[in-house]
Design a protein around this ligand. Structure first.
Ligand code: NI
Length: 172
């Protein structure tokens, strides 16, 4: 399966797009999921949204299996958070579109999610811990939101500038 380039900062024009719902789960959608998964494994990362490879569709892949564990890919289309806990959780987040930058982000600790699975079936899942954080991070991507939008403006502007400078210097 092809591994495709991941779009990174400073390309906010792409990353800030709001993705459109998937109309139906067909072979093309499954192929895109497979390419996303291979790209994510290769990076390596634990989550990837379609917009991160330049495709503005509401699709994501997640696999939280650790090194050496059996792979456990989760394929999600058209996710909707239908409930979020009042309790919050802090995680140090990173993003394949913002390489080598990590910051603590506070989000609801548990969520309930409605989505379409790989067979096109409507599913609901209750997510906690890292899965809850990862899902919220990836769903943000579908709305053009990056995890740096959840940190201080000063830190956000600093990291965006760093990537703009690296691009100018031809280091990206
Ligand atoms: Ni990300």
């Amino acid at each position: 399966m092809p591994v495709v380039p991941i779009i990174t900062l400073p390309d906010e024009k792409t990353l800030r797009q709001v993705s459109s719902p998937v109309a139906s789960i067909d072979a093309g959608v499954r192929k895109l999921w497979d390419d996303m998964l291979d790209t994510m494994y290769r990076a390596p990362g634990i989550g990837l949204a379609a917009i991160q490879i330049g495709v503005p569709r509401r699709m994501l892949v997640i696999d939280l299996a650790k090194d050496g564990e059996e792979k456990k890919p989760l394929f999600v289309a058209n996710p909707e958070v239908i409930w979020a806990s009042e309790a919050q959780n802090d995680y140090e987040e990173g993003c394949l579109s913002i390489p080598e930058f990590y910051e603590m982000v506070t989000r609801p600790a548990e969520i309930r999610l409605r989505y379409l699975d790989r067979q096109g079936e409507a599913q609901e899942m209750h997510a906690t811990g890292l899965m809850a954080t990862c899902l919220q991070h990836e769903i943000d991507h579908l709305n053009g939101v990056l995890f740096i939008d959840h940190i201080s403006r000063l830190k956000r502007e600093r990291v965006i500038k760093k990537f703009q400078k690296a691009q100018k210097l031809g280091k990206l």
